[in-house]
Design a protein around this ligand. Structure first.
Ligand code: NAD
Ligand code: SAH
Length: 401
């Protein structure tokens, strides 16, 4: 890493995030975020850095923490500090430090919160309830974060509006599916330096992310098995050409396992006897509980790091490998989704944040307004040099009749 590696990473993504560039050009003139303090808790790497720069260009004072201890890139953090963003993060921080960083965001008394996974909102409501009335609202980036908010709202425990960026089609269709599909394999291939072709890959969960991960595995030449709990999703996987079976049946067959469910103990340590010797286990879902890392650690007779980010656990004669401590493999062991994908997700974040400030929504979970989703799709098409047909008056009248 060179001294200016953070600057280079930010410059590289700037050149590949045309939607954010357009939004930045616009907000730096209109300044819709003037006087606003924005707390951003999203994976602290270059793409998130660009989002923060856009908010700052629109007038916001930005406070930034990483949303995962292993995805923070210290060179990017240092460069962002240099550029005037208030940064609270360190790669590989302890759980206590992680909490402390999020507390620092909250203690800055933010007007808006851009959260990824719900940790900031969770802490604000639990430890700083008096601050809730000052929060205009926020945006949530990921599936599990939205589920947490929906649960809170149903219990009457969400006192401000949160926009579910994750559920906008320009987010989940592209970020969760193509972004996770590609970056999970980049992370695994870079970390292991092994082939995918010919291996049996087991993907747990066939939601937005699982579809991407399974289909990219197929493209790389793997034989793919899908496990599911939802019969419709399972059928979809079957019709897409994958073998479908319960995890216990897949455990003896898989060479590489990827969990991406949002659930817990999808690969349980008590089933260690069923798993093939030498199997590689990784997770791409929100929390580090989908692969029961704690349980495997406890049961193992020996453990050692065999390659950067790969732990070998021995159980007598059997060895299993866990990547990145069972945390999101694409972010804890890679740079996460590509810039062109995060350009759409963060375009939605920036435009939704502006909408939130302009509209004073009621408490609860709100969808991204359809016009914002369409605006991001238009900007993306424009950046690709693609265009679409426009209905003629005759066609419009026909469809309306
Ligand atoms: P989703 O709801 O579309 O899909 C989850 C799927 O998992 C569902 O089909 C569900 O039926 C299935 N499932 C649940 N429990 C299961 C179990 N025990 N065994 C097998 N299948 C099970 O959600 P999604 O958008 O695909 O997100 C999945 C997870 O990935 C979430 O935790 C989300 O926050 C996270 N996520 C990660 C990234 C990343 O960059 N790694 C990106 C987006 C989302
Ligand atoms: N707090 C969680 C975060 C959930 S990660 C954790 O424990 O890690 C899932 C989210 O990461 C996705 O919704 C996706 O939009 C986001 N993401 C993926 N790649 C990214 C990248 N390169 N930069 C920033 N965010 C990214």
């Amino acid at each position: 890493m060179t001294d200016d590696s953070g600057r280079k990473k930010l410059d590289w993504v700037r050149a590949h995030m045309p939607i954010l560039q357009k939004i930045e050009d616009d907000v730096s003139v209109r300044r819709p975020f003037a006087g606003i303090k924005a707390a951003v808790c999203i994976h602290l790497e270059a793409k998130t850095g660009r989002l923060c720069e856009v908010l700052a260009a629109g007038g916001a004072e930005v406070y930034l923490a990483g949303s995962n201890p292993l995805s923070t890139q210290d060179d990017v953090a240092a460069e962002l500090k240099h550029r005037g963003i208030h940064v609270f993060a360190r790669h590989g921080c302890t759980p206590e430090e992680y909490d402390g960083y999020i507390a620092s965001l909250i203690e800055a008394k933010p007007d808006i919160i851009l959260d990824d996974g719900g940790d900031t909102v969770e802490m604000l409501l639990a430890r700083y309830p008096e601050q809730a009335e000052h929060v205009l609202g926020g945006c949530e980036e990921t599936t599990t974060g939205v589920s947490r908010l929906v649960t809170k709202a149903a219990r009457g425990e969400l006192p401000f509006p949160m926009i579910s960026v994750n559920d906008a089609l320009c987010k989940c269709l592209f970020d969760n599916r193509y972004g996770t599909g590609q970056s999970v394999w980049t992370g695994i291939m870079q970390t292991t330096n092994l082939t995918v072709a010919g291996k049996t890959v087991v993907v747990a969960g066939y939601g937005w992310c699982g579809k991407g991960v399974a289909n990219r595995a197929k493209g790389l030449g793997a034989s793919v098995i899908v496990t599911e709990i939802d019969p419709v999703k399972a059928l979809e996987a079957y019709m897409d050409g994958f073998r479908v079976m319960p995890m216990r049946n897949a455990l003896p067959l898989g060479d590489v396992f990827i969990t991406v469910t949002g659930c817990t103990h999808v690969i349980d340590s008590k089933d260690v006897g069923l798993i093939k010797d030498g199997a590689i286990l990784c997770n791409a879902g929100h929390f580090d509980v989908e692969v029961d890392v704690k349980g495997f650690r406890k049961l193992s007779t020996a453990s050692r790091e065999v390659r950067k980010n790969i732990m070998e656990y021995s159980f007598g004669d059997k060895r299993l490998y866990i990547i990145a401590e069972g945390r999101l493999v694409n972010l804890a062991s890679g740079d996460g989704h590509p810039a062109e994908i995060m350009d759409m997700s963060f375009g939605l974040q920036a435009l939704s944040a502006e909408y939130l400030i302009a509209h004073r929504l009621s408490p609860g979970v709100h969808p991204v307004p359809e016009e914002i989703n369409a605006q991001v799709a238009d900007l993306k098409l424009g950046s690709l040099g693609a265009s679409i047909d426009v209905l003629t008056p005759e066609q419009k009248a026909y469809l309306d009749s």
